[in-house]
Design a binder for this molecule. Structure first.
Ligand SMILES: [Cu+2]
Length: 176
């Protein structure tokens, strides 16, 4: 009996793929509007909106072959100074969304192998606790941009929290 049910389930998932799976399916998470600024510096922030149509998940990390390393960061205010701190994960609430943006949570690429040029595509792999790996491509936009102009209205604030002017930056990057 049990074997029959298992077989039926296997067939079901096999036939219908993601559509038949429940909230845990990898396709429950989608990424919108991934972008980074063109830059000749060895570090760059990457921003995007993570949309979760399934159960709660957690972004654990990011990798890319374009940089020596990559971290999840949060920008915090320390007195008058904005600093960035690595975080171990970014929670993605069930049926919710999280926006990574300048001045807040973001992905940080360190040791870029080549400058990010306007119009470049930047391939990234996001690692989720439940959904596993997801390939994402970020678009490189003009320096100083506060969003991807190709993707609707963008926030145009928090210029003081711009990465390039961040005083706490050096703390995280020995040798810079
Ligand atoms: Cu950062």
């Amino acid at each position: 009996m049990k074997a029959t049910i298992l077989l039926a389930l296997t067939l079901c998932v096999g036939l219908f793929g993601q559509a038949a799976a429940d909230d845990a399916r990898p396709g429950a998470i989608t990424v919108e509007n991934a972008w980074a600024r063109a830059s000749a510096t060895p570090t760059a922030g990457v921003y995007m909106t993570l949309k979760n149509d399934g159960e709660a998940d957690r972004l654990l990390g990011v990798t890319t072959d374009r940089a020596a390393s990559a971290q999840l960061h949060r920008t915090i205010q320390d007195g008058q100074v904005m600093r960035m701190r690595p975080v171990t994960g970014i929670d993605l609430p069930a049926h919710g969304r999280v926006t990574l943006q300048p001045g807040g949570l973001h992905l940080m690429l360190m040791g870029l192998k080549a400058p990010l040029k306007l119009g470049d595509s930047l391939p990234l792999t996001l690692h989720f606790q439940k959904a596993g790996e997801m390939a994402v491509t970020a678009t490189v936009v003009r320096p100083g941009a506060s969003g991807n102009p190709d993707n609707g209205p963008m926030m145009d604030h928090d210029h003081m929290m711009d990465h390039d002017r961040m005083m706490g930056h050096q703390q995280l990057m020995p040798g810079q």
